[in-house]
Design a protein around this ligand. Structure first.
Ligand SMILES: [Zn+2]
Length: 439
């Protein structure tokens, strides 16, 4: 007898990510109550389930929704404001002054909404964010129907958002109190970086993270300068300092990890930390090439992030996936490292696990949330197709994303974004902030 479901998605190919290195042909995903109920051959799905909605994706590959493991979403409003500068000059001469002039609740809400629209259209269903006004970002991600983890940003210096570390924590925790029961919105603690946060505050963050059972999201070992400065100010490398302060653990998500020595690899592996690899941002700011293949080899969970739109300048995980593969190969002179399936896994299941959300998202498995992305491989440049995993990494881009679901609800349909705001309303927001920022 046929069982009821909410949604049936028949796809030419499915890359479930778990089990690893598998491509299913002519299978269907059955969705009920926002969760994946079954993955089975299409004929069986048609006879065993009936649903009010079904999609026939005859030339498409279905993958788990991509997870952006590191973003500053509202920085879409500062895209292209300053390019071609190294990190510290870029921060001190361009970004921090611009933020001190313009950042507000409305800036973060509007900028994040634009980021969410861009990310959803590029197949991203979850974003791990770090910025000011996490309550404004929560409002935007809620409106866009995306899943998000919002960092409670902590700095020592004042910004229009908060005056000192206490104030950042107090406001961030208040936002968490307001939003944390939302089914798609979570919170982390986000001390900006070892060089912007004091020992005392880092210790407080570690104890709060344990108390609240949250991830700690922190920029780490991004530039050589950061490591030299840590040596002169603290006498040790940043990771050694964090270990001494009690920050390292399986809930520690370090962003970048470009410059690592043996002691750093050992600490990350020993404590089960995770890394958000952001290859495009690292290239653009000339920070270096993170040793992603070696980290993976050491058993460290490495996911992928875009970083903010002011240092990338695209919130495009297809680009990060491709850069990850190419950089790993050219930096090791070994073409076999990080093959296609491994890179797709980094942008999905590894990122989910780094967020402590590996039971909910990151793969197409029964019981998980139906966060899904379909990529159309029916164009001249994607045909013929001998291996859809290869095409996903080396050929396809976000322009080939045709359908996106979050928790079984459609967010992109045949390439069209399904938001309450239409494209011209979103473009009006960009025009508004272009005028405000230019004045
Ligand atoms: Zn960043």
């Amino acid at each position: 007898m046929s069982q009821p479901a909410d949604l049936l998605i028949h796809a030419r190919w499915i890359v479930p990510v778990e089990p690893a290195n598998v491509v299913l042909e002519r299978h269907a995903v059955v969705v009920r109550n926002g969760r994946i109920l079954a993955i089975l051959p299409q004929d069986e799905a048609r006879s065993r389930y009936h649903a009010p909605e079904s999609f026939e994706l005859a030339d498409h590959v279905l993958i788990p929704g991509l997870i952006n493991l590191h973003a500053h979403s509202a920085m879409t409003l500062m895209r292209g404001i300053a390019d071609d500068l190294p990190l510290m000059r870029w921060l001190q001469e361009a970004i921090w002054p611009a933020e001190s002039r313009h950042v507000s609740y409305a800036f973060v809400r509007d900028g994040t909404l634009l980021a969410a629209a861009e990310m959803l259209q590029g197949g991203i269903t979850t974003c791990n964010d770090m910025y000011f006004y996490p309550d404004a970002a929560a409002e935007a991600f809620d409106q866009a129907g995306m899943r998000a983890v919002l960092g409670i940003t902590v700095l020592e210096f004042p910004t229009p958002y908060a005056s000192d570390a206490d104030d950042y924590l107090r406001k961030g925790l208040a936002a968490r109190g307001q939003w944390h029961t939302h089914p798609r919105i979570g919170f982390s603690l986000a001390p900006h970086a070892p060089y912007t946060v004091s020992d005392e505050t880092l210790v407080r963050v570690a104890s709060l993270a344990a108390e609240l059972d949250t991830t700690i999201h922190i920029h780490l070992h991004e530039t050589l300068q950061e490591i030299q400065d840590s040596h002169s100010r603290h006498g040790v490398r940043p990771l050694t300092r964090l270990a001494r302060l009690g920050l390292l653990g399986s809930n520690l998500l370090g962003v970048h990890a470009v410059h690592l020595d043996q002691s750093d690899f050992d600490l990350l592996a020993l404590h089960g930390c995770s890394i958000a690899h952001c290859p495009t941002s690292n290239m653009k700011l000339a920070s270096g090439i993170a040793p992603a293949a070696r980290l993976l080899n050491d058993g460290i969970t490495v996911g992928l992030g875009t970083d903010g739109a002011a240092s990338n300048n695209r919130l495009d995980l297809f680009q990060e996936i491709r850069h990850t593969c190419l950089l790993a190969k050219v930096s090791t002179l070994d073409a076999t490292v990080i093959p296609a399936h491994a890179a797709i896994r980094m942008a999905t299941l590894n990122s989910a696990r780094a967020l402590g959300m590996g039971d909910l998202i990151g793969s197409i498995e029964p019981g998980k949330a139906a966060d899904l992305c379909a990529v159309a491989l029916d164009r001249i440049e994607t045909r013929p197709c001998f291996n859809p995993a290869s095409h996903l990494v080396y050929v396809a881009g976000r322009e080939h994303v045709s359908h996106v679901w979050v928790g079984g609800e459609i967010r992109v349909n045949k390439g069209n974004l399904m938001l309450q705001l239409n494209d011209s309303e979103l473009l009006a927001l960009t025009a508004l902030w272009q005028t405000k920022s230019g004045s």
